[in-house]
Design a protein around this ligand. Structure first.
Ligand SMILES: Nc1nc2c(ncn2[C@@H]2O[C@H](COP(=O)(O)OP(=O)(O)OP(=O)(O)O)[C@@H](O)[C@H]2O)c(=O)[nH]1
Ligand SMILES: Nc1nc2c(ncn2[C@@H]2O[C@H](COP(=O)(O)OP(=O)(O)OP(=O)(O)O)[C@@H](O)[C@H]2O)c(=O)[nH]1
Ligand SMILES: [Mg+2]
Ligand SMILES: [Mg+2]
Lengths: 293, 277
């Protein structure tokens, strides 16, 4: 009698069987919609959902949650794994000076992030940084980086708007080498990935600088086009890391998934404000919760 | 479900991809697909369906198409607002040049971003290019004070137009939105009825957060128009449809590059065509 009762209790505790296409269909639909509303690219959503669904179907249903809820948990964990993979630190195991190249669309936050990164490297890793204003097009871009550099007491390479960005790059690295500066951060002009002339320019900048890191700076509010943009920048430059800026806003940040999907590059830092210390190491947990919603 | 019509699952999937990747957003996508479903018996091809959707979108966008003319107001005052990096300062340079050259207006620019590094210098360079005077104050001055001074000066100088630049701000930063509310209030104090135009500058690369921007900025200070920048890239700016449907705020101008002449009136037809290219 008692044995039977106990057996049936255990059977119920073990749950309701396995996850199936049917019992997670509603959750799949809701997650798809949520990701799209979070600005994850349409094709990336399709691919992610298909991959994770394949992994989830057949899993034992856990007790006390519905199959749908369990699928969401599996999805959440998969995204954390995806965004967490790769080397999230900066690669400095190169012959000095280590060059970090900042690249991205207009207004994404490159100049501000260059200064933020310089401050972090100076304070946390005692590195001797040279900031290089290689944007000679935007009015007062050089002044902007100069002002930021002064505010954090970091060296900045002297530049004029009449200089050529490729020459600025080469000369600044030589300058760093001669003056014992071990890190060179190159701020470049914002550019569209379809602008041939400017994409050729940044390819040349990459060529003459042999960067240890090529950081793609992207606005957290970027929408669907993140894949098209990131893919081309990656083709031309081989992105080694991503900085996601303006994370202090309320954008869901789905662009992070889109960009990672097409570049394989890890998000290394996030910008969390206008101040120069508003800069953090990237941790996937918070953004994944934000994206799934 | 759709087997009797040309609107089958494959077509729906194809349409969803076009619409979503243009940043049109789930609410508007659903609205369009509901319309397609209603009319499904009338379509003979996938192209018919696309034509139908284009027509629906065009109707919405035509209802918010409204060119931007230099406002009368002696002086007419325009307040430029938006999130960080959207293109406010650059657009002011373009607009100042347009008003001066095409409409022969005397334009003053107010350097209302007193916070960001080299913001004033950037506007000053644009002032030089547009050949318009820039009114500025010390770094860290209350932006409302800059706006007040610029409008007062414009009245004294009989300038036709004042364009007020503001610092970029994210719409969820309450204190910054309050600051903007104050700037608007002070402009009205300096010149009753001003600002005559309050323009939200939106980056075409933004996703659905652009709708949040429009909602919050509109709620805080009341918008008279949207300017969509960076349409020279590959982003389609489909968020404009969501903003139009939700708020009905007129779309006045588009930015199509970084040069002073890269400003165009918003054209609903061209914009709709581009969404489907
Ligand atoms: N709130 C917030 N604002 C940011 C953040 N990062 C950058 N910004 C702001 O975004 C705006 C654009 O930043 P910039 O550093 O000028 O961007 P950029 O990529 O160098 O721009 P271009 O050189 O014109 O391509 C400025 O107003 C910055 O203060 C961030 O993490 N949070
Ligand atoms: N390609 C392109 N770039 C643009 C356009 N409008 C502005 N930009 C660029 O976008 C970047 C940011 O422009 P800003 O005018 O500084 O933007 P902002 O809104 O004033 O920025 P903050 O004051 O920092 O908030 C600059 O590099 C501009 O040249 C456009 O229509 N097309
Ligand atoms: Mg810059
Ligand atoms: Mg500005």
């Amino acid at each position: 009698q008692l044995t039977e009762k106990l057996e049936s209790t255990f059977r119920n505790l073990r749950g309701r069987g396995k996850l199936s296409e049917d019992n997670i269909a509603e959750a799949v639909r809701e997650i798809k919609l949520s990701l799209l509303e979070a600005d994850v690219n349409f094709r990336v959503v399709k691919e992610l959902v298909a991959r994770i669904k394949e992994r989830a179907v057949g899993a034992e249903v856990m007790k006390s949650i519905t199959p749908g809820q369990q699928f969401v948990k599996i999805f959440h964990d998969e995204l954390i794994k995806t965004l967490g993979e790769g080397d999230h630190s900066l690669n400095f195991s190169v012959k000095p000076p280590a060059v970090i190249l900042m690249a991205g669309l207009q207004g994404s936050g490159k100049t501000t992030s260059a200064a933020k990164l310089a401050l972090l490297l100076k304070n946390d890793m005692k590195r001797r940084v040279l900031l290089v204003p290689a944007d000679v097009y935007r009015p007062a871009a050089i002044e902007q980086l100069n002002t930021l550099a002064r505010s954090i007491d970091v060296d900045v390479y002297p530049t004029n708007p009449s200089d050529d960005p490729v020459d600025i790059t080469a000369n600044s690295i030589e300058y760093a080498r001669k003056n014992g500066l071990d890190t060179v951060i190159i701020d470049t002009a914002g550019r569209m990935q379809v602008d041939e002339a400017l994409m050729n320019e940044i390819s040349k900048i990459r060529e003459v600088s042999s960067p240890a890191e090529v950081l793609f700076v992207a606005d957290a509010m970027t929408g669907q086009d993140a894949v098209t943009v990131a893919k081309e920048f990656h083709n031309r430059l081989t992105i080694t890391g991503v900085i996601l800026t303006k994370m202090d806003g309320d954008a869901r940040g789905g662009a992070a998934l889109s960009i990672h999907n097409v570049t394989g590059a890890p998000v290394k830092f996030i910008g969390v404000g206008e101040k120069i210390d508003a800069f953090e190491l990237f941790h996937p947990d918070r953004i994944v919760s934000r994206i799934i919603g | 479900l759709f087997s009797a019509s040309v609107v089958d699952d494959a077509l729906i999937e194809e349409l969803e991809e076009i619409l979503y990747t243009a940043d049109i957003g789930s609410t508007a996508v659903q609205w369009l697909l509901d319309g397609v479903h209603k009319e499904r018996k009338s379509f003979e091809s996938g192209d018919d369906v696309k034509t139908f959707m284009k027509k629906e979108i065009l109707a919405v966008l035509q209802s918010v198409e409204k060119p931007l003319l230099p406002p009368d107001g002696s002086p007419g005052v325009l307040l430029m607002v938006g999130v960080n990096g959207a293109g406010k300062t650059t657009t002011i340079g373009k607009l100042a040049s347009l008003f001066r050259k095409k409409y022969d207006k005397k334009v003053l620019l107010a350097a209302g971003d007193t916070f960001r590094a080299a913001a004033v210098e950037q506007l000053e360079e644009w002032g030089r290019r547009a050949e318009c005077e820039v009114i500025k104050e010390q770094e860290g001055t209350d932006p409302a004070a800059v706006a007040f001074n610029a409008v007062s000066k414009a009245k004294a100088q009989n300038a036709d137009i004042v364009i007020v630049d503001t610092a970029g701000r994210l719409q969820n930063r309450v204190n910054l939105m309050e600051e903007l509310k104050k700037v608007r209030r002070v402009i009205d104090k300096a010149h009753q009825g001003a600002p005559h135009e309050v323009l939200l500058v939106v980056d075409a690369n933004n996703g659905q957060n652009a709708v949040r921007q429009a909602v919050e900025f509109h709620q805080m200070i009341g918008l008279t128009g949207i300017i969509v920048t960076k349409l020279d890239g590959t982003a389609k700016g489909g968020v404009v449809i969501g903003i139009a449907r939700e708020l009905g705020i007129p779309v006045r101008l588009i930015g199509i590059g970084e040069k002073i002449e890269d400003l165009r009136p918003f054209n609903a037809f061209d914009f709709t065509e581009a969404l489907f290219n």
